[in-house]
Design a protein around this ligand. Structure first.
Ligand code: NDP
Length: 277
């Protein structure tokens, strides 16, 4: 029997990148999935990929909408229950870092950016978990949040507000994990480093600049010791592991870093002192 047979999953932000790969993987391994995002066109590509990988159209529920809006969250829960009767797995993956259009970085950016960043990356997760809570308790389900190494402990000056939101998400993961394990629901999280997805274009970079940025970091081993960005499939594999009680049933409230070594790479030890002294 496939690993996720008889399981029902909601994967937010599944019109692209990590969310799409996760929806494809869960569906390939037997899950019924609700896919969602704002772009119906990109969601159609996700559905095509699920079908190409052996998924069945009757096992796919599509919700087009903005996750920061209450109606979209309600629709996600309601339509999943109507189509599939329960919710076993909630992957809170939708997220983004917005750039200040003026090019300003750090704390000097417009305060509206702070609100927008928290609304998508943190508040929408809180709201969706509130709405799924009783259903996940009924199924003794699993939640996997998608955080980031931008949450710290090292600061990411380009992404101050985004990092604050993801740090909040990490604390939410820990608090929820303790609250919900009493009801048989596990909560865990993944913290990716640089992954090749639509993330940098969503930040505001043209496609060519996004790829150039990835190549730059990949070629500097003090940025990514593994020498390459990660793939969405690699993150999906970890998310599926954390969503599967048989594999990870004793892991509770953890944020697992998956970053090719980025968060271990301190600048001091990477400098060759023999050249300087
Ligand atoms: P992508 O831009 O490829 O995917 C982001 C997804 O989120 C899309 O499906 C997008 O859908 C959805 N989304 C964004 N805003 C909204 C919204 N308001 N309402 C509904 N859906 C929304 O990036 P990734 O796959 O990389 O991002 C997935 C997660 O991984 C995010 O939480 C991100 O913060 C995190 N992450 C990514 C890293 C990376 O280097 N790529 C590193 C660390 C963490 P649509 O555009 O259709 O609305």
């Amino acid at each position: 029997m496939a690993r996720f047979s008889n399981k029902v999953a909601i994967v937010t932000g599944s019109s692209s990148g990590i969310g799409r790969s996760t929806a494809v993987l869960l569906a390939r391994e037997g899950a019924k999935v609700t896919v969602t995002g704002r772009s119906s066109e990109k969601l159609r590509d996700t559905v095509d990929e699920i079908l190409k990988n052996g998924g069945k159209s009757e096992d796919i529920n599509i919700v087009v909408g903005d996750l920061t809006e209450s109606e979209c969250q309600d629709d996600l829960v309601k339509s999943t229950l109507e189509r599939f009767g329960k919710i076993d797995i909630l992957v809170n993956n939708a997220g983004a870092a917005f750039a200040d259009p003026s090019g300003v970085i750090g704390i000097a950016t417009n305060i509206n950016l702070f609100d927008d960043m928290l609304k998508l990356n943190l508040r929408s997760v809180v709201e969706l978990v509130q709405k799924c809570r009783s259903h996940l308790i009924a199924s003794k389900g699993d939640i996997v949040n998608v955080s980031s190494i931008a949450a710290g402990p090292q600061p990411f000056v380009y992404y101050t507000f985004y990092g604050i939101a993801k740090a909040g998400l990490d604390q939410l993961t820990r608090s929820l994990a303790i609250e919900l394990i009493a009801h048989g629901v596990r909560v865990n999280s993944v913290s990716p480093g640089l992954i090749s997805t639509g993330f940098l274009t969503a930040v505001g970079m043209p496609n060519k600049m996004a790829r150039k940025t990835e190549n730059y970091y990949a070629s500097h081993r003090d940025c990514i010791p593994a020498g390459r960005p990660g793939t969405p499939e690699e993150i999906a594999t970890l998310i599926a592991f954390l969503a599967d009680k048989n594999s990870s049933g004793f892991i509770i409230g953890q944020s697992i870093v998956i970053d090719g070594g980025t968060s271990l790479a301190l600048a001091m030890p990477s400098h060759d002192l023999s050249k300087a002294l």
